[in-house]
Design a protein around this ligand. Structure first.
Ligand code: CMP
Length: 160
């Protein structure tokens, strides 16, 4: 068992639908520790850095349009096998294939069904790092070291 850190972003569609609290609450309930969190509106240059693996793909324009359309919540979560755990909780990329019980499976179906008609990227609510390598890259892009707060204990808090 390895303690890992992973990067998560609640995309503009998740913020606009006012389910930020619901999503973060799911991560807290399984014991993942929030060690970085910010509300931020990124631009096109930043989108190209974040999605550098997808810039050449045919769907990139829609992906960028969605990402820069409003503020997002960026998070760094820490916990046992956090990268795989968070990916499992998020569900598969296309909301149509995301299992019930996952974040995308529970919340993204309806907006996904309307996406084509509105000609926007896949509104799948949330992004999560898919490997240790991408977690490292994404945490470094979105957060400075000074913005990471891992110096508190969730198990032995004096407030419990
Ligand atoms: P995300 O988890 O943010 O990581 C990359 C994003 O690219 C993904 O969610 C989708 O929003 C988008 N994406 C990946 N594959 C496709 C595809 N085939 N068509 C449209 N969008 C895609």
């Amino acid at each position: 068992m390895t303690i890992q850190r992973t990067f998560v972003m609640i995309k503009p569609d998740g913020v606009q639908r006012q389910i930020v609290g619901e999503i973060i609450s799911r991560f807290e309930k399984v014991g993942l520790k929030i060690i970085g969190m910010k509300f931020i509106h990124v631009d096109s240059d930043f989108s190209k850095k974040h999605y550098s693996d997808h810039v050449e793909k045919p769907f990139y324009a829609g992906l960028e349009d969605l990402l820069v359309s409003g503020p997002v919540v960026a998070l760094v979560l820490e916990g046992a096998e956090a990268i795989a755990l968070v990916r499992k909780m998020v569900g598969s990329t296309a909301p149509s294939g995301a299992a019930p019980g996952t974040i995308r499976g529970d919340y993204a179906h309806m907006s996904y069904a309307r996406a084509d008609e509105k000609k926007i990227g896949v509104p799948n609510l949330i992004h999560a790092s898919d490997s240790e390598e991408s977690a490292k890259k994404e945490m470094g892009l979105w957060f400075s070291e000074a913005e990471i707060y891992d110096n508190y204990d969730t198990v032995h808090s004096k407030f419990m």
